[in-house]
Design a protein around this ligand. Sequence first.
Ligand code: TYD
Length: 192
Amino acid sequence: MYIVFEGIDGAGKSTQIQMLKEWLEANGFRVDTLVEPTDSEVGKLIRKILQRPDATSERLLKSLALLFAADRMLIMDRLEDESKIIISDRSFISSLAYQKPVDWVEVINRYAKKPDLIILLDLDVIKSVARTSGKDTFEDEEFLTGVRQNYLKLAEEYTCEVIDANNGINKVSSDIKKAVAPYLGICPDCIL
Ligand code: TYD
């Protein structure tokens, strides 16, 4: 199963992925994790560009869309191991939410693997801006308001569980476990 965590910056994806991983392993599953952008040369270039003040310009958004798609192709082989649950911090769904135009973003991500389940950590934009460093140009209130709306629309098109990420860490974690359990055929009440 390929589970992806999505959401605007500062939603707590990395903490929640770690907590879900430990819980699944305690319940006997083998789990592997991934992060996009990756630590490849392409991923490093992406992180550099994200710090440029013009990163949200039309031209750079298109360049970034191509780089994100290229970076993603470099890890496709890691998604082939069917004996494990793969939990990814972001996927091509991030590109659909952050880059545009959406029909072109779909075309360049045609060979990206579709998630079996999306966990959308839905956070208030004001909280997102307060929680992030503000060092990336994407960490901007107006830009993230559009991204959050895109995510909520995508949640209707894909197999997605929307989790309120404004709550405390433990409440968010237990909401995620409750949402994931039925997909794995486990009962949320009889597990750790
Ligand atoms: P993020 O997960 O926020 O990394 P970190 O918190 O370590 O900086 O990802 C970096 C940024 O990249 C984030 O603002 C979202 C953006 N992004 C896209 O715009 N499109 C994509 O396809 C992906 C994977 C990420």
